[in-house]
Design a protein around this ligand. Structure first.
Ligand SMILES: [Zn+2]
Length: 260
């Protein structure tokens, strides 16, 4: 918003409901209700920032039927922007990963955003991958300097408001805790519940750190905790061992079943 370079300043925000499909709960407009509620929720944030909010409701999902969301989501969003290319000269696409993590994979196409933004830009619209120069927790640290996020930060995968239980909510709360910023977010997260169940949250972090693959979200949270000399209690370690045990037990069960 403070960009000095002419033509690069943020003017609009977007919210796209591009998941409308019969595949979701068997109804063509199954995600519409949820999206409309989220639009109502984010609109005051756009107003407070003095930016226009552009919303799109589409059945685009129909052509992606049978494809995993993580294997298609960039193209869904970029396709929607290109339908409005007379409005959008530049589009800032928030990165999922850092430049150094670049790789070609269909498990999560955000890994090759750097290539996608080049391939899908045209003479009217240029896509930019933004935030790829820093890691996820560094982004969290960056946004935590803006008070508007204390009222509006919304990351939940499952619900309209942050549930505090899904992996995305847990990861964000743990990141804010590691940064010493969680207390600022009492309006959008149940911070009291976090502190009451801190060992369980930290156990989740240890479990995810041990089992996570390439993105490294939890390893950097752990690193930040260590930098702030925050000790992981034995109870949290026991929670992690319990989670690992349950996963291993399920794996052994599946292997035994496949052998019979
Ligand atoms: Zn959640």
């Amino acid at each position: 918003m403070d960009e000095c370079l002419e033509g690069f300043r943020l003017t609009h925000l977007t919210y796209f409901n591009i998941m409308n499909s019969a595949i979701w709960q068997g109804r063509e407009d199954s995600s519409r209700e949820f999206s409309n509620a989220r639009i109502d929720y984010v609109k005051p944030a756009a107003d407070e920032l003095g930016l226009k909010l552009v919303t799109v409701d589409s059945n685009l999902d129909g052509i992606y039927r049978g494809f995993n969301y993580l294997a298609t989501f960039t193209f869904r969003f970029f396709g929607t922007i290109l339908a409005l290319q007379k409005l959008f000269g530049k589009y800032y696409w928030s990165s999922g990963h850092t430049f150094s993590q670049f790789k070609l994979t269909i498990d999560d196409i955000a890994y090759f955003d750097l290539l996608s933004v080049q391939c899908l830009s045209n003479e009217n619209t240029t896509f930019y991958s933004v935030g790829s120069e820093i890691t996820r927790i560094e982004k969290t640290e960056y946004i935590s300097d803006f008070a508007i996020t204390y009222k509006f930060l919304n990351v939940c995968w499952s619900y309209l408001y942050n549930c505090g239980k899904c992996d995305k909510c847990r990861r964000t709360m743990l990141g804010l805790y590691a940064l010493g910023k969680l207390n600022y977010y009492r309006e959008v997260f149940d911070v009291g519940y976090f502190y009451q169940n801190k060992d369980e949250y930290l156990g989740h972090m240890l479990f995810m750190w041990i089992t996570e693959k390439d993105h490294g979200y939890y390893s950097e949270i752990r690193r930040y905790l260590r930098q702030r000399y925050i000790k992981i209690p034995a109870r949290a370690k026991m929670c992690a061992i319990k989670l690992l045990y349950n996963v291993t037990k399920k794996k052994i069960k599946r292997t035994m079943e496949s052998l019979t």
